[in-house]
Design a protein around this ligand. Sequence first.
Ligand code: 5GP
Ligand code: MN
Length: 324
Amino acid sequence: MTPSDEIAAALTQGQRFLLLTHQDPDADGVGSVLALGKSLSEAGKETTLLFQAPLRPPLCFLKGTDRAVTQLDPGQVLDAAVVLDCAEKNRLGRAADYLYKDLPLINIDHHETNDRFGTLNLIDPESSSTAELLFGVIRAADFPIGPEAAENLFAAIQGDTGSFRYGNTTARTFRTAAELVDLGAVPWDISRRIRDNHSMARLRLLGMALETICLRLQGRIAVMTLTRGMMEEAGAHEADTEEFVDYPRFVRGVELGVLIRETEQNTIKVSIRSNDWVNAARLAARFGGGGHARAAGFTYHGAAGTALALFLKEARRFLDGTRD
Ligand code: 5GP
Ligand code: MN
């Protein structure tokens, strides 16, 4: 049996499932949880959709988010937890506290750096998104996929492929998306509700952030910087910075686009995007982070200036080919 078939069999046999994704979830994590939750419940299963914090716009505009919870009832009986789009258990944050000893874990993910923490693991770095993989699992289990699950899977794939633009977009991605449209997903409706739906605070913050872009290492790296002061001035939230890191990557001639963002005092989130050849996941792994070949990140504890200096030193080695 393939890992996908084994997971399909476990989902068919079990009855009560906890569904989780990584903290600060993106469209792939949230869409995958919502889609699997809907499919499983239409197949007659009990599901609990647990997120660390209430979902914010625009992801709270996905259908089915009213079923999301941020804590579990004590003593809730479960057959298994399904962890979606999460490379390591500690990326679950506080939600990991609910994973009691001996609870079987089903780990479905597409991060190259996934450490296979599950009892059952389906890890495919070739997949554009967790949702694309999950679609195969739901199909293998023959669970229903109605318009709501189709929409959530479509939104998830659209998110991780940057609307079918990034290098992770394959023929299988388009075939999956086409099937999801056949099943009731409406691309224009999803795009307007989830992607082209920004607060003024986000646009104000983007204006400030664009002003900070500067070139380093002979124009091979472009760096954007966000301070907490800028977030406050714009009235923006962390979720409002989603995809800002694309802008430094867009600069002609740049190989690495970087966003340095202060999330709390002395806590710096570094997002990395590469255009052609530098493996961003390996670069992030030098700082304890991870991700994908073209998109990765890590958290640094210390000052933003130090984070940038250390990062540039290591990035230079990758760009010069003295480290891979
Ligand atoms: P972003 O820059 O959008 O936060 O993350 C880009 C990619 O890198 C995502 O796939 C995300 O899962 C991964 N990533 C970001 N930060 C971390 C981190 O601290 N640890 C790990 N393992 N992966 C990360
Ligand atoms: Mn993903």
